[in-house]
Design a protein around this ligand. Structure first.
Ligand code: UDP
Length: 329
């Protein structure tokens, strides 16, 4: 029996495949390679190029492979892009998931682990954020992820399928081996952008606002290592295999760092001055996002292992230093 990883050539997907294979799982990957990279596909996984909106492709995959459960990463995930092209997000994220669920139900596949996001909460009611808190997304990306969660809820009631939704906070870092890492084009995430300075790809980092109500005025985020996220997916698959009910979990370290603290830590790790300038606020950025992951710890037995910011940036730096152009040669 294999685990099907949709979007297994992307950032978090590829890291999850590496951990699944290390834990002895048989892995099948499907990815349309729109944002994923063939080079990130683990050599021991069976790869199929295709799109989740293509039902014939999925039906054939479920017939040809002996799939026990699905891990679903195949989605667009850029907040800014989702605001200028919302229908792209409804099409790929929401419509894609609808086609996927149709095919799963018809083919009798009843377990799915799904990558969701802290963006489902919007502006938090209180910190740390609990799974039971209000969900009022402030951007299309978060809205489509929340709608996907709801689609799982109703389909599970009607068809008996069970799901685990994992709401990630700020995914970062790279595989300890340095073989795979983060490679978005264009890059919009803080840590890879900071590391472009010592990599001589940009002169300075822009800090998006220093007038927030935080200790140094810059936004606070909960940075969580991609390998720790990957481990949570494996635990979630095991949780569903053990017959447990559908559930939603936050994944973060429960510790917040300001943008300035992240830059300072990167200066230490790289030994580079990394000049920074204050820029205007970015629309839709909440001041503070910190997870309570007590539920995932208690119920899934999850335990983040790479929880120091320094270690997170060290692994990211190892990857970016050796792959300044990402997977491009
Ligand atoms: N940020 C920044 N400069 C950048 C990119 C990001 O100051 O060039 C800030 C951003 O406003 C946010 C934090 O860094 O407060 C993390 O942003 P990122 O895009 O990495 O993740 P997000 O919080 O949007 O998921």
């Amino acid at each position: 029996m294999a685990v099907l990883v949709l979007g297994g050539a992307g950032y978090i997907g590829s890291h999850t495949v590496y951990e699944l294979i290390d834990s002895g799982e048989d892995v099948v990957i499907a990815d349309n390679l729109q944002t994923g990279h063939l080079e990130a596909v683990h050599p021991k996984a069976r790869f199929y190029k295709g799109d989740i909106r293509d039902k014939e492709f999925l039906d054939k995959l479920f017939k040809d492979e002996n799939i026990d459960s699905v891990i679903h990463f195949a989605a667009n995930s850029l907040v800014g892009e989702s605001m200028v092209d919302p229908l792209k997000y409804y099409d790929n994220n929401l419509y894609g998931t609808m086609v996927l669920l149709k095919s799963m139900v018809e083919n009798g596949i009843d377990k799915i682990v799904f990558s969701s996001t802290a963006a489902t909460y919007g502006e938090p009611e209180s910190i740390p954020i609990l799974e039971s808190d209000r969900t009022e997304p402030t951007n299309t990306y978060g809205e489509t992820k929340l709608s996907m969660e709801k689609m799982f809820k109703w389909v599970s009631k009607a068809h008996g399928l069970r799901y685990v939704s994992l709401r990630y906070f700020n995914a970062c870092g790279a595989h300890i081996s340095g073989e795979i890492g983060e490679a978005h084009n264009p890059e919009s995430h803080l840590i890879p952008i900071i590391l472009q300075v010592p990599n001589e790809q940009r002169k300075e980092v822009g800090i998006f606002g220093d007038d927030y109500n935080t200790k140094d005025g810059t936004c606070v985020r909960d940075y969580i290592h991609v390998t720790d996220l990957a481990q949570a997916h494996i635990l979630a698959v095991k949780y569903l295999r053990a017959g447990n009910e559908s559930n939603i979990f936050n994944l973060g370290n429960g510790v917040g760092f300001t943008v300035k603290e992240v830059i300072e830590c990167a200066r230490k790790v790289t030994g580079h001055k990394i000049p920074a300038v204050i820029s205007p606020r970015r629309a839709g950025d909440p001041a503070v996002l910190i997870a309570s992951s007590e539920k995932a710890k208690k119920i899934l037995g999850w335990k983040p292992e790479h929880d120091s910011l320094e270690e997170i940036i060290e692994t990211a730096w190892k990857w970016h230093k050796n792959h300044p152009k990402g997977f491009q040669k």
